[in-house]
Design a protein around this ligand. Sequence first.
Ligand SMILES: Cc1cc2nc3c(=O)[nH]c(=O)nc-3n(C[C@H](O)[C@H](O)[C@H](O)COP(=O)(O)O)c2cc1C
Length: 183
Amino acid sequence: MNADAHLNLDAIRMAELKRAMGGFATGVTIVATSHGGADYGMTCNSFNTVSLDPPLVLWSVRKQSASRAAFTGSSGYTVSVLGSHQQALAERFTHGAPTERFDGVGTTRLPTGRVRLDDAVSWFDCTLEQVVGAGDHDVLIGRVIAFAAGAGEPLVYVHGGFTAPLRAASREVATASGRPVRR
Ligand SMILES: Cc1cc2nc3c(=O)[nH]c(=O)nc-3n(C[C@H](O)[C@H](O)[C@H](O)COP(=O)(O)O)c2cc1C
């Protein structure tokens, strides 16, 4: 096998790995922090819960991300869980200058100085407990110090695209079969 064939095989395996990982449906969040007097935010689906007692969460930031230093160098971050009507926000917070991302977006500044997005399904304000380097990402473990759970259907990300929540789909099926059962 020559070097080129080796490269192609690696590329194929990487694409397969990404496809396999893409089968894991997640919610979609905007993580935000305040650093050096500026707000930073980015779309994130690596958010997850770690522990209830103490209340710990995590998400991972790409080491190449322009916002990485702001997140690892600040005292914490907020996580705003997006609703199914907020796909435009999920797309918006993937590019552009940090300040432009928040232009015209409804936010509330918390006592910690960090912002959260309005109309989110739920939100968490976290102090940064630990940064764990892991491959091409840093894992940011945070302790929840404030949070709120709202109403509304969450936005879902799966197979590289946004979709409606699975619960909404099952409701439709139930309605179509003449049994309008709300689950
Ligand atoms: C659905 C979705 C989820 C994402 N999740 C993450 C994530 O968990 N970690 C991450 O570093 N980037 C994630 N990204 C990409 C970042 O949002 C994007 O690279 C970042 O906003 C670029 O900003 P920067 O110029 O500050 O690096 C995600 C993008 C999308 C569309």
